[in-house]
Design a protein. Structure first.
Length: 144
C-alpha cells in the first residue's frame, strides 16, 4: 500500500467512524428539553449529513484497498495479522449495505433492523481495523 492510500484509509475510516459515533450519541444518548424538538442536539442533522457524505469516500477507499491489499494477501495466504484483517474485511459489505438500506428504508421494522445491523457491523469493523493496526505495531519478536 502506498502512503497516500494508507493516509486516505486511516483518515476516511476515522472521520466516518467519528461522525457516526457522535451522531449516534446525539440521537440516542441525549434528550432535548424542548418536547417539540425533532433533534436532540442542534448539530445532530449536520453530523448525520457529514457521516452520509464521508461514507462513500470510505467505500471508495475500501474498494481501492481491497484491490491491492486485502485480496492479494488472501490469495498469497499471508498469515500475518490475518484474524484481525479478515474480521474487518468481512464486515465491509454488511456495514455498507446496512448503511445504505438504513437511508432508503421506509418501514420502521426494516429501518430498525438495518440500524442495529449497521451499529454491529460498523463496531466490529472499527474494532477489527484498530486491532489490525495495533497488531502491526507489535515488535516482530513478540509476534513469533
Amino acid at each position: 500500500m502506498s502512503r497516500t492510500q494508507l493516509l486516505w484509509l486511516h483518515l476516511s475510516t476515522a472521520l466516518t467512524a467519528l461522525t457516526g459515533i457522535v451522531f449516534a450519541w446525539m440521537k440516542y444518548a441525549m434528550k432535548s428539553d424542548d418536547p417539540f424538538a425533532v433533534a436532540n442536539h442542534p448539530l445532530q442533522p449536520h453530523m448525520l449529513s457529514a457521516h452520509v457524505v464521508l461514507a462513500p469516500i470510505l467505500t471508495f477507499v475500501l474498494g481501492w484497498t481491497f484491490a491491492n491489499h486485502i485480496w492479494p494477501r488472501i490469495m498469497i495466504g499471508d498469515r500475518r495479522r490475518r484474524l484481525t484483517g479478515l474480521t474487518a474485511a468481512l464486515m465491509i459489505v454488511p456495514m455498507i449495505a446496512s448503511g445504505y438500506l438504513l437511508q432508503i428504508s421506509t418501514a420502521d421494522a426494516l429501518r430498525n433492523a438495518m440500524a442495529i445491523a449497521h451499529w454491529i457491523t460498523s463496531a466490529v469493523f472499527v474494532i477489527g481495523y484498530g486491532a489490525h493496526l495495533m497488531e502491526g505495531r507489535t515488535p516482530s519478536s513478540a509476534r513469533r
